[in-house]
Design a protein around this ligand. Structure first.
Ligand code: DGL
Length: 280
């Protein structure tokens, strides 16, 4: 079983792409809605909430978990993978959504790591839009520097976007918010030409069109659902023991009252059959 974890509903954008790419897999989605949003919390709290959510998914029988939440991944995915996991669940694996974005943008795969001689990127200036916590963690900056130290990564926090998207704000309100954040970013860019944009939050694919409206046409926008799905395909090809074909099914769990969550999920997934339930 493959688990997909997010602080709430945003990870459904990633989950949707995973489901479309792997229609035969058995997925369990867990949203820690009871504690969301994570993006404005402190690092220790986010780490503790992430660990306890992953434990729940492992207890449900997942052997591989995609941490679809940037904020959770930013707080300590490396620490989790290098210490907590080998110690507590040595046979299980956790993968994230941030490194695949950096790999896609730089063209430098995980296996190359910090061997700068193998840089395939041609980009000079790249913007990342994310939650306040993800920006403060500098994880996008650090992971980019390991693979492509010449890329200048300019970050912009968008603290109100998650809330507006979840509140089903009008397109006009969303457009205004996106334009405000893009303007703030451009001010910091000055004369520099932007080569690419990373949407570093699970919710932003839902407003990708609004970002595209204010970007020059030749600026490539990297969105996590597609990038994560192809990264998982690559991972499963290298580790087929974590694939679970033949059992195609999906279960949605939440840490809070499922009825409200189900309503929001139908919108995120454009699927009226989705039904969340409380954890067993
Ligand atoms: N899922 C979070 C992320 O991708 C956004 C929502 C939150 O702040 O919890 O950063």
């Amino acid at each position: 079983m493959i688990g997909v974890f997010d602080s709430g509903s945003g990870g459904l954008t990633v989950f949707k792409a995973l489901r479309e790419t792997f229609p035969d897999q058995h997925f369990v989605y867990y949203g820690d809605h009871g504690n969301a949003p994570y993006g404005n919390r402190d690092a220790d709290t986010i780490y503790a909430l992430t660990v306890s959510s992953l434990e729940r998914l492992f207890e449900l029988g997942c052997s591989l978990i995609v941490v679809a939440c940037n904020t959770a991944a930013a707080t300590g995915l490396r620490r989790l993978q290098q210490t907590w996991l080998p110690d507590r669940y040595p046979d299980k694996r956790v993968i994230g959504v941030i490194v695949p974005m950096i790999e896609a943008m730089t063209g430098v795969p995980w296996s190359v790591g910090s061997d700068n001689s193998l840089q395939a990127h041609t980009k000079e200036t790249v913007a990342v839009f994310a939650t306040r916590y993800t920006v403060e963690s500098r994880v996008f900056v650090e992971e980019t520097a390991k693979r492509a130290p010449n890329v200048n990564l300019v970050q912009q926090a968008c603290p109100s976007l998650v809330r507006l998207i979840e509140a089903n704000a009008s397109v006009e309100d969303l457009r205004r918010a996106v334009r405000r954040y893009v303007t703030l970013l451009k001010r910091r860019l000055g004369e520099k030409r932007l080569d690419a944009v990373l949407l570093g939050c699970t919710h932003y694919p839902l407003v990708e069109d609004l970002f595209a409206e204010v970007m020059p046409r030749d600026v490539e926008i990297y969105s996590q659902p597609k990038v994560t799905a192809s990264s998982l395909a690559d991972y499963l090809a290298r580790h087929p023991e974590f694939a679970c074909g033949r059992e195609s099914s999906v279960t949605f769990y939440t840490s809070t009252e499922p009825e409200q969550i189900t309503k929001l999920a139908k919108r995120f997934l454009s699927d009226s059959s989705v039904q969340f339930q409380a954890l067993p």
